[in-house]
Design a protein around this ligand. Structure first.
Ligand SMILES: Cc1cc2nc3c(=O)[nH]c(=O)nc-3n(C[C@H](O)[C@H](O)[C@H](O)COP(=O)(O)OP(=O)(O)OC[C@H]3O[C@@H](n4cnc5c(N)ncnc54)[C@H](O)[C@@H]3O)c2cc1C
Length: 390
């Protein structure tokens, strides 16, 4: 099938493109890899908010634009294409706002949604723990009822937006006696409450994008419990579908792809332009083919969302494929650049601004975060193909 966007959608894409080109021209940011998750720029987020591009799909009653997920896909595609620094608002826009709208109280909607829409709530995702990753239901962080409050004790790890989060999306055990899936609840709380300690994790790339978060007798009002007490796990499953669904899983390193194609055009090796080298041409063509297939898989996920269904196995399938593409891109970039590709940003002879070495190292984590590829293949097998559990 040869589908295309409507004229209105093409106009929107152009509007976003114009905005980003202007920002690039003014030098307000440099394209970088992983900018959706690591690119910290409150100024950029404010500008995006000002244009009404945060909460694009949310109902108008809550300050959103009531637009389609396809429109949001167009917006994010353009942001990712030029590596725009969108980390401050990405998580809140993608999943936390959506979750508050679906499960939150009216009070929570009135308090949190306007802050997200104004680009002032940077929400980190506090789910995983040292002993609870794939098996999230094993989490041990406790939220113990105490009058009108809960007292939170425990530890999270790999919490995103480490250095700058203003709020934490937190999953904690509210009924230790219940079977593990049934005693969990969701909260969104301020990150600066007494008893919270945030210790950034320095990862293999040297970045401090994630953190360990410790909760020591943190008192939060019961008003911050999102949705039904002890039913949090089922809410999370829905939310994870949205976490896996986006183009960021495919295009987080698009600036590297662009730069490598440009490098091949401009660089001569052994007296010949790299772009004329058969092996290099085949590698780049292969990447382009894989990229286009990934794009279609994600478009499909977004169409499922616009039908009003949670994109479950479709999102799992797209994420497995997309993270494999990103790892493939990083590997090929290192191969094409040769030994120089291993240099890091700031080194005298570093090519493509050090994006290749960053992606090579960072891409190892892509097939772990937001669900490992093994777990996601299990979802495709069980729910997509209807295969038995074991
Ligand atoms: C870069 C990065 C960013 C992250 N960001 C966040 C974040 O923002 N917020 C957050 O809460 N968490 C985050 N995480 C944590 C992430 O969700 C977990 O790492 C992931 O769920 C895997 O859990 P684990 O590390 O405990 O590994 P384990 O669950 O212990 O898995 C170890 C290995 O066993 C395999 N395995 C486990 N169970 C099965 C099974 N049933 N069938 C087949 N294979 C299985 C896994 O695929 C994996 O290969 C991040 C992780 C990384 C690396």
């Amino acid at each position: 099938m040869d589908f295309k966007f409507t004229e209105e959608q093409e106009r929107f894409r152009q509007e976003v493109r114009n905005f980003l080109e202007e920002e690039l021209k003014q030098g307000s940011f440099q394209p970088s890899c992983d900018a959706w998750i690591q690119g910290y720029s409150p100024e950029f987020t404010k500008k995006v908010a000002h244009r009404g591009w945060i909460g694009l799909t949310w109902p108008k009653a809550y300050g959103g634009q009531g637009r389609s997920n396809i429109d949001r896909l167009i917006l994010t595609e353009e942001m990712l294409r030029c590596g725009a620094p969108a980390a401050c608002h990405w998580f809140a826009d993608r999943q936390i706002g959506r979750s508050i709208i679906a499960f939150g109280t009216e009070e929570q909607k009135q308090e949190l949604l306007p802050r997200i829409l104004r680009g002032e709530a940077y929400v980190g995702l506090g789910m995983s723990e040292p002993e609870a990753g794939s098996d999230l239901a094993s989490l041990q962080t406790r939220a113990t009822a105490d009058g009108d409050d809960y007292i939170i004790d425990g530890q999270k790890m790999w919490t995103s937006c480490a250095r700058f989060m203003t709020d934490i999306y937190l999953v904690a055990r509210t009924d230790p006696a219940a079977p593990k899936q049934r005693g969990i609840s969701e909260f969104v709380i301020r990150a600066n409450l007494p008893g919270i300690t945030i210790t950034p994790t320095i990862d293999i790339t040297g970045s401090e994008a994630w953190a360990e978060v410790f909760f020591d007798g943190v008192r939060v009002s019961k008003n911050y419990l999102v949705g039904e007490k002890n039913r949090g796990f089922y809410q999370i499953l829905n939310q994870l579908d949205y976490e896996r669904a986006g183009l960021e899983r495919l295009m987080g390193n698009y600036p590297l792809f662009d730069a490598i194609v440009q490098f091949a055009r401009e660089t001569k090796r052994n007296g010949r332009p790299l772009a004329e080298d058969t092996l290099v041409r085949h590698k780049l063509a292969q990447l382009q083919i894989e990229f286009e297939v990934g794009r279609l898989l994600i478009y499909r996920v977004v169409l499922v969302m616009d039908e009003g269904r949670a994109p479950n196995w479709e999102a799992a399938m797209a994420k497995v494929y997309s993270t494999a593409f990103e790892q493939h891109l990083a590997n090929m970039a290192i191969e094409i650049l040769g030994l120089y590709g291993q240099l890091v940003a700031g080194s005298k002879w570093v090519p493509v601004a050090g994006m290749a070495s960053h992606s090579y190292l960072a891409s190892k984590g892509y097939s772990l975060q937001a669900g490992t590829s093994e777990i996601l293949r299990n979802i495709v097998a069980l729910r997509g193909l209807g295969l038995p559990e074991s």
